[in-house]
Each structure stands twice: as C-alpha cells, then as structure tokens.
Design a protein around this ligand. Structure first.
Ligand code: CDM
Ligand code: ATP
Length: 322
C-alpha cells in the first residue's frame, strides 16, 4: 500500500497559513482600550508560512526562513501562545514541538505572526483530534491578535470591530500581486500611534462625521471584487495607515512610485507596512513588474503572489506541501 501522509502525520502535522493584504483599511479613532475600530477588506495571499507540530517532552519552537533571526523562540512566539491557549481550552498539557518555516516577512504588515498562530491552532487541533467548533477556534484566535481570525478564514473578507469580526466577501477569479519587502520592519502599535499623532496634530482628533466616513463600508470595492476586474479594483485600494507608515519610513514613497512606473495597476502599503503590495493586470504583468522593481533597488526583495488564497489548512499529502 502506498504510504499516505495521514500515516506520516499521526506523528506530526503541518498546517499552511496565508499572508494577507488589506485592500481597504478604514481606521476609526483610538478606543479607550487602546485599539481602533476598523472597517477592512482582507485578501489572503499565496505567500505562506508552514507550521509543523509534533508530540514532544516539552514545548519548543524553531523558526527558519524569511526573517527567522528576529522571531522569538520562547514563550513570546505567538505560535507558542496559540499552543498554550488551545491546550488550556482542551484541558491538556501543551508538550509539543513547533517548527515554523517562514516566507511571510516579519513585521511586514502581512500578518506573519498571525499566520503562525493560526497554523499552530489548526495543526494542534488535528494532532490532538480536538472536537472544537469554528466559533471556539475563532474566539481563541481573536484573543491572540486582531488578524488571527482572518488568517484562519482566508479568501476575501470584510473585517469589523478590531478586525476580528469577519464576513465573507464575494471575489471572482484570481488577482496577481507583486510584494516589495522592505529592509526594516515596522511595529504595528507604533504605526497606529503615528496615525493618532498625525490626526491630532492636523485637526485636534477625529470628529463624529469623520468617524462615520472613516468606518463606511467600501461597497464600490466589494462590487469590483465581485466582478473580478483588477482594473476596477486598483483605483479603490485604500489604507488609512499608509500616511503613518510613510511618515515613519519616507523611502516607501519611492517604492510605491517605482511599482506604478513599472506598470502595476495600483499600489498600497500592506496593513501597517512596510511591505508595499502592487496589483497587476495578469500573471505576466506581475512577473514584469517584479523584475523591474528588483532592478530599481527600492526593496530588500520582491515576490509575486496570488489572491485570494484559502485559509489555514492541514496539508494532507506530501505533494500538497510544495
Ligand atoms: C494593521 C492590521 O494588520 C490590519 O489588518 C491589524 O490591525 C493589526 O493586527 P494585529 O497585528 O493582529 O494587532 P494586535 O496584535 O491585535 O494588536 C497590536 C497593537 O496594534 C494596535 N491595534 C491593532 C488592531 C486594531 N484594530 N487597533 C489597534 O490599535 C494596538 O496598539 C495593539 O496593541
Ligand atoms: N511567529 C512569529 N512570527 C513573526 N513574528 C513574531 C512571531 N511571534 C512573535 N513575533 C513578534 O511579533 C512582531 C510582529 O511580527 P509580525 O510578523 O506578525 O508583524 P506584522 O506582519 O507586521 O503583523 P500585522 O500585519 O498582523 O500587523 C515581530 O517583530 C516579532 O518580534
């Protein structure tokens, strides 16, 4: 009988978790708890991390790949926090090894840590054969971080609250992206703080009317996504955090300009940045834009990716792992 991965995975399970870009990110004023209400449209991208878990004598985590040197390998790693939270829910000890293979840039605004948390949750739920419903898993995910529920969900979704409340958005076809990875990361709380500072310095804060505008649902964008027309989507890309990210890393302006000059339909800072995401007309255009951006020297490295990608899932066969 051929050896299937299910026999392999009785000892270890690997989950694949997507990155994300926010096609629209409307940010309300700072709340009393320090968070900001959002209205955001997430799209999951094919750039992913793989998270492998196995039974062990004690909890451990290793990280390799993109930016591995700057990721903690102790209890501060969000995948470890996810394992502890799921073990608590299940009333068991969390003695597992977690091995993370990163492709998602660290502190890049593409929810890399959130992907690792989602990957640990899904892989461990399978390893421990937990009978856990989608809602309980989403609640644990939301406690770990605002982007973690979307990393579980994948595809394209409207996020509200702090980004953890999700509704599926209809998106037709495939969108082709080029990602320009920056040399230095940006801290998410620092970017939100910079947005508050810019707003306070300009107008003394956010007025009630502005607040309604900031948190308006982007219906035009949602229609464009349903039509599958990248040319209609591109001019509707919007990120309220972009001015704050540009204020903290002014060289990103040059990156955004270079992507448009190279032929992208539109470009945006991804989430809290500093990764810049460029939407292209098709796969060939994306390859050309990526080549030109690489040559322009405005990024540490350049990748192509497709969206929407599925949510975090267990890799069932060895073939699927490629
Ligand atoms: C920028 C985005 O990636 C857009 O999807 C997310 O809003 C960030 O989500 P995340 O990294 O999962 O963030 P969390 O771990 O929940 O929060 C980190 C910090 O970001 C800020 N934060 C995050 C989410 C939110 N809706 N408002 C905030 O102000 C807060 O300072 C918070 O302490
Ligand atoms: N598994 C992990 N992967 C990456 N970073 C981690 C991980 N665990 C903890 N961290 C810490 O979290 C910080 C933020 O990393 P992350 O890659 O999630 O940022 P991000 O992609 O900008 O987040 P987001 O897009 O959700 O705001 C890192 O600087 C790192 O110290």
């Amino acid at each position: 009988m051929p050896r299937t991965s299910l026999s392999v995975v009785s000892d270890s399970i690997t989950a694949r978790a997507p990155s994300k870009v926010n096609l629209h990110l409307g940010v309300g004023p700072r709340r009393d708890d320090g968070y900001h209400d959002l209205v955001t449209v997430f799209q999951a991208l094919s750039l992913h991390d793989d998270i492998r878990v196995a039974r062990a004598n004690e909890m451990s985590v290793t990280v390799r790949g993109e930016g591995a040197g700057s990721v903690p390998t102790d209890g501060a790693n969000i995948a470890v926090r996810a394992a502890v939270a799921l073990a608590d829910w299940a009333g068991r000890t969390g003695r597992v090894s977690i091995d993370i293979d990163k492709s998602i840039p660290v502190a890049g605004g593409m929810a890399g840590g959130s992907a690792d948390a989602a990957g640990a949750l899904v892989a461990l739920a399978a390893l421990w054969k937990l009978d856990i419903g989608r809602d309980d898993l989403a609640a644990i995910a939301a406690d770990l971080g605002s982007d973690v529920p979307f990393a579980l969900h994948g595809n394209t979704a409207l996020g509200t609250g702090r980004g953890e409340r999700l509704m599926q958005v209809l998106s037709r076809g495939e969108f082709h992206w080029v990602l320009a990875l920056a040399r230095e990361g940006l801290s998410t709380p620092a970017v939100y703080r910079e947005l508050d500072r810019l707003r306070d310095s300009r107008s003394g804060g956010v007025a009630a009317d502005d607040e309604r505008d900031l948190l308006r649902r982007p219906d035009d964008l949602m229609q464009a996504l349903a039509s599958g027309d990248a040319r209609a989507v591109a001019p509707l890309l919007h990120n309220d955090l972009q001015p704050a990210a540009l204020s903290l890393q002014p060289t990103l302006r040059r990156t955004l300009r270079a992507g448009i000059d190279a032929g992208a339909l539109g470009g945006i800072v991804s989430g809290s940045g500093p990764t810049c995401a460029f939407l292209c007309a098709d796969e060939i255009s994306a390859v050309n834009v990526a080549a030109e951006l690489s040559g322009a020297g405005v990024a540490r490295s350049v990748r192509t990716a497709c969206g929407p990608a599925p949510g975090t899932r267990v890799l069932g066969t060895p073939e699927q792992a490629h």
